[in-house]
Design a protein around this ligand. Structure first.
Ligand SMILES: [Cu+2]
Length: 527
């Protein structure tokens, strides 16, 4: 063994054995790892049919922190996050998603959940979150497949997915969506970025290349030996073991696969595409020096005009495209914080160190107009208005269970919009918590949030609003595919189901809820 290498290893082990216990956040040194910008996936070939990629899911060992031993994970192309799929608007691509995972899961499987009773233990299916896509390539939870496609779910149609990318430039993300085990597969590491670019955006001269960095924020907990910790039961007694838990909150923050990393930056503008890829945890991101930043985009693409903000809340699966200007901070360090969380651990996400010399003059811009086309979807008349309650009940084992429209996953589809129709959904949240509601296939607009007469709704089934509508918050006035449905409010969204018929889903993006029946089918009808 090379001397320098063995010395390095000794030093590393010394620090690990003597100081750092991955299960105890107090002992974990922050900001020691450089953040990793995931590599862009290289196509296998490009021909007249489009661009062809292959992505393999494998078990591997990943270093979450310099002083942790390596951790067993499941990853796309052995990388956490997986390689970034970068496409141009309207570019047709094909992706063969390959399951090469073991046949046994390494996280606790709850066999009582939908899809987990009789199906093989390890199954995968990939959903590109926010994509407008044919239903057979959407990653339906029942379109799962096992290793080498030996066994497949009832909705499985083909192993190569086709994406047409006919939507605005934006930051999407791909992740596992298998029925009943999405929370475990995503937590095990099956996440990656999917970025759509276009010429309109390129002309804006926003920060690009090395100055355009996607950030996947997740929370995780580790055992002392560095393995991933995920609870096998909820924090109250239950008859089932292992059992799903109503929420999961990790005690460390992982950004792009590193625990509390740092990013060395130049004194100039950077674009960050922030994705909340956590199972349950929400964040309210802000900078430690209280400096404001610019939001340029939401889930579905660029805003019409940039907005200046000091903080942005993000529920699971929500995204924010932001620009931070470090030009006046040469030599300084600042922390990306999670406001509203006073913990010295989960209140801290990562550190920016403004220590790199400016490599060339920063000529990038944040133009006053980002996206000139206004769609006015909010002003359209809806073909159909649906009132859909979010409710809490108990399952057959006495565990709390959250439902959409008081129906379970296996109940027949009731949301059956017609193709080329505009629908308004009234999400009536009767539970005590907010839920991030995600609708597949469409990008929607938030109309407003309204208080309502709860008693009248519960007793007579009549939805009567009280008081004035609250307009969407400043940071959520663009295209959205995930919306925070506030507790005891009606959140109203409007969407246009365009050209794709077929079976999709809508669900809560708290993955512990989604896996436990807070998910429903959507069937888009041809006529
Ligand atoms: Cu939920």
């Amino acid at each position: 063994m090379n001397n320098n290498f063995s010395k390095e290893l000794e030093e590393e082990n010394y620090e690990f054995y003597n100081e750092v216990d991955p299960s105890k956040p107090d002992t974990i040194t922050k900001f020691v790892d450089d953040i990793n910008k995931p590599r862009v996936l290289t196509p296998r070939c490009i021909n007249s049919k489009g661009t062809y990629y292959e992505v393999e899911m494998k078990e591997c060992y990943h270093k979450f922190h310099k002083y942790f031993p390596k951790t067993r994970v499941w990853a796309y192309e052995k990388s956490i996050p997986g390689p970034t799929i970068e496409v141009l608007r309207n570019e047709k691509i094909h992706v063969k998603w390959i399951n090469s995972l073991p046949l046994k899961h390494f996280l606790p499987i709850d066999r009582t959940l939908h899809g987990a009773v009789d199906n093989p233990e390890v199954r995968t299916v990939v959903h590109v979150h926010g994509a407008r896509v044919d239903s057979s390539s959407d990653g339906h939870p029942d379109a799962w497949f096992t290793r080498c496609n030996a066994i497949t779910g009832i909705k499985f149609e083909h192993e190569v997915y086709r994406y047409t990318n006919d939507q605005q430039a934006t930051t999407l993300w791909y992740h596992d969506h298998s029925i009943g085990i999405t929370r475990l597969n995503v937590y095990a590491g099956l996440v990656g970025f999917y970025i759509i670019k276009d010429t309109l955006e390129r002309k804006l001269n926003l920060p690009c290349g090395n100055y355009d960095i996607p950030l996947m924020i997740q929370d995780k907990s580790f055992n002392s030996d560095g393995s991933l910790f995920y609870p096998d039961s909820p924090p109250f007694p239950v008859r089932v073991k292992p059992s799903v838990t109503p929420f999961f909150l990790g005690n460390t923050i992982v950004v792009n696969g590193k625990v509390w990393p740092h990013l060395k930056v130049e004194p100039r503008k950077y674009r960050f595409r922030v994705v909340n890829g956590s199972n349950t945890r929400n964040y309210n991101i802000a900078l430690s020096n209280n400096q404001s930043f610019f939001q340029i985009g939401t889930d579905g693409g660029l805003l019409n005009a940039p907005i200046t903000l000091n903080e942005i809340p993000l529920e699971p699966a929500e995204r924010a495209d932001i620009v931070i200007d470090f030009s006046k901070l040469k030599g300084e360090s600042l922390i990306l914080k999670n406001l509203g969380d006073n913990s010295p651990h989960t209140g801290v996400l990562m550190e920016f160190q403004v220590v790199l010399p400016l490599s060339s003059e920063d000529t990038s811009k944040i133009p006053n107009i980002l996206y000139p086309i206004k769609d006015h979807l909010e002003e359209h008349m809806a073909t159909r208005i649906r009132t859909l309650p979010l409710t809490a009940t108990q399952d057959d084992y006495g565990r709390p269970m959250l439902l959409l429209d008081n129906k379970m996953w296996h109940d027949p589809a009731t949301e059956k919009p017609l193709m080329d129709s505009i629908e308004v959904w009234n999400l009536v949240n009767l539970t005590a918590f907010p839920h991030p509601i995600h609708v597949h296939l469409v990008q929607f607009k938030i109309l407003d949030r309204r208080l309502f007469d709860e008693q009248k709704y519960l007793e007579e089934g009549i939805l009567e609003f009280i008081g004035d509508p609250v307009p969407p918050r400043e940071y959520e006035r663009g295209w959205k595919d995930t919306v925070k449905a506030d507790s005891k409010m009606v959140t109203r969204i409007i969407m246009h189901f365009k050209e794709y018929p077929g079976d999709y889903v809508w669900h809560c993006h708290i993955l512990e809820h989604e896996d436990h029946d807070m998910m429903r089918p959507i069937r888009v009808l041809k006529e």
